[in-house]
Design a protein around this ligand. Structure first.
Ligand code: PAF
Length: 286
């Protein structure tokens, strides 16, 4: 099927409806464009999993704070379309802000989740309601059977899983492992705000996480001690930490004695650029 680009509600809705009526499955990959290896891995997985793959390219203003990088966020439409053409996706959704927020963001209904005020939500209070609102809008319009998100944004993945469960969307949410540069730095559109030398230094973030994971598995230090250790290591490597927490993968809350599937979540600034990353840790049950 030839790639189709949709710019308004009606055409994408008709397209999705037609293929669903024919019994075809739809996988959806929401993105803000500026596609990197991480996005391409999501699209590749989507292609394996469904008949029709739709990718949205939309920098959603609702999830940016007043002093954040909405205006400067990298927009690379031509190269994004060419990458998606190579991957043979069936549809690209390219809406305008007027389509989505006809009366402006302040007048728009927004969705809040109980994970809004934790971790990234603490320093970016508008962030998760902006995400929850836009993905709910996309889900209603596209009616995908499955939706794919990267695990780098683990809290976002949890927020989406919660929306799907709480609002009973018949959608399977698939988390895809974080793609990394050869030096370990998690792929992110914001990496390009850093020079290549600084990207190399920023890769220390992942090494710190690997070290903490080893210590967690060794089981000789408490969570609090390890969180403090990680925090100090971040500072030593010239990061400005926002948070570093060892939490349960399921609840995102501090682990109870029964939790064995943990995750270390981290966000920090490096040369003024906000980086987030995480590492999963499975504790052996005795
Ligand atoms: O992860 C992103 O790129 C965005 O938060 C998303 C899910 C496309 C919503 O705007």
């Amino acid at each position: 099927m030839k790639l189709q680009i949709f710019k308004d509600h009606q055409t994408i809705q008709q397209f999705c409806k037609r293929y669903k009526q024919q019994g075809q499955s739809i996988a959806f990959v929401p993105t803000m464009g500026n596609l990197h290896e991480g996005h391409l891995a999501l699209v590749a997985k989507a292609k394996q999993s469904a008949d029709i793959v739709i990718v949205s390219l939309y920098v959603n203003p609702m999830q940016f704070g007043a002093n954040e990088d909405f205006n400067t966020y990298p927009r690379t439409l031509e190269s994004d379309i060419s990458k998606l053409t190579t991957l043979a996706v069936e549809g690209i959704f390219l809406p305008s802000a007027e389509q989505i927020y006809p009366n402006g963001i302040d007048q728009h209904t927004s969705i809040h989740t109980t994970l809004d005020s934790l971790y990234c939500g603490k320093s970016r209070p508008q962030f998760f309601s902006g995400i929850a609102t836009i993905v709910t809008y996309f889900f209603n319009l596209i009616t995908p059977d499955m939706v794919l998100f990267g695990e780098k944004d683990f809290q976002q993945l949890c927020v989406v899983k919660k929306i799907v469960r709480d609002l009973v969307f018949p959608i399977e949410v698939i988390g895809v492992e974080t793609s990394r540069e050869p030096n370990g730095l998690a792929c992110s559109s914001r990496n390009q705000y850093l020079t290549s030398e600084n990207q190399e230094s920023a890769s220390a973030l992942y090494r710190i996480l690997i070290g903490l994971k080893k210590d967690l598995i060794a089981g000789q230090k408490s969570f609090t001690v390890l969180e403090k250790l990680g925090w100090n290591q971040l500072i030593e490597c010239n990061f400005t930490p926002d948070y570093l927490n060892i939490v349960s993968q399921k609840t995102l809350q501090p682990p109870t004695s029964k939790d064995t599937s943990l995750i270390i979540l981290v966000a920090c600034l490096f040369k003024q650029v906000r980086l987030i990353d995480n590492i999963k840790v499975e504790l052996l049950t005795s």
